[in-house]
Design a protein around this ligand. Structure first.
Ligand SMILES: Cc1cc2nc3c(=O)[nH]c(=O)nc-3n(C[C@H](O)[C@H](O)[C@H](O)COP(=O)(O)O)c2cc1C
Length: 214
């Protein structure tokens, strides 16, 4: 296996790309964020990394609240636009025809057109270098009812969510490749999960795939 080395860079891929909403009570804004992820399960915690030069930065610093609005293929134009234009010069909600929805806990609006919204309360802000990291607890989650199955399962695979890969937006191929723990699942559990209509199987190990090609 021969590989070329590159200088260190922010090259993790694929990444989620979301629209974060924030408000200082006088103005509501939207900032596109790719530097985000989950950092804790109990309590559920996330982060957004924001350059201090962003108009949203001061709003986030003052309000210590934001909403993560997941983006799907319908919203990719608005997501890109909100990542290129500043709220210091225009109202991105209006210009992108996005509807404000009231959040349960935080004071900033959510984006109604987004399939899923995560209300977040900032717990700490840390300076890293180019960006400051806003760590936050996820205090409420909202899912568009059309993505909730009769059994109450959230059908993420139907949301047409997008990913961000080094400057480009991509659809997510929702062909399931496996389910958490399938590589070590006991045959009894696999059988039970299948009888319950739950996913249990997954792709074969890569070394078996290689052998199959010979
Ligand atoms: C795909 C994409 C991802 C981005 N990710 C981030 C990010 O993680 N952090 C950040 O500070 N800016 C990020 N930006 C840039 C901001 O979204 C952009 O500067 C925006 O205009 C800031 O809006 P504001 O000035 O209204 O706050 C991203 C832009 C795009 C297009």
């Amino acid at each position: 296996m021969s590989k070329q080395s590159f200088k260190p860079g922010d090259m993790l891929a694929p990444l989620p790309c979301i629209m974060a909403t924030c408000s200082n009570g006088k103005e509501d804004n939207i900032i596109t964020i790719a530097w985000t992820g989950i950092i804790n399960s109990e309590p559920p915690m996330t982060y957004i990394s924001v350059r201090p030069s962003r108009h949203s930065y001061k709003i986030l610093q003052e309000s210590k609240e934001f909403v993560i609005n997941l983006a799907n293929t319908d919203l990719v134009f608005a997501l890109d636009y909100c990542g290129c234009k500043s709220g210091s010069k225009e109202n991105k909600f209006e210009n992108m025809h996005l509807t404000k929805a009231k959040a349960d806990i935080v004071s900033c609006p959510m984006i109604a057109e987004s399939p899923m919204n995560l209300e977040c309360k900032v717990t700490s802000i840390q300076t890293l270098g180019s960006h400051d990291i806003f760590m936050a607890e996820i205090v409420a989650v909202h899912v568009d009812e059309k993505y909730i199955s009769k059994s109450g399962r959230i059908a993420f695979e139907k949301m047409n969510l997008i990913s961000y890969v080094h400057g480009d937006y991509y659809t997510i191929d929702t062909k399931r490749l496996g389910t958490f723990g399938y590589s070590v699942m006991k045959p009894k559990t696999t059988k039970r999960r299948i009888s319950e209509g739950k996913p249990a199987k997954g792709n074969k190990p890569h070394w078996e795939k290689k052998e199959a090609k010979k």
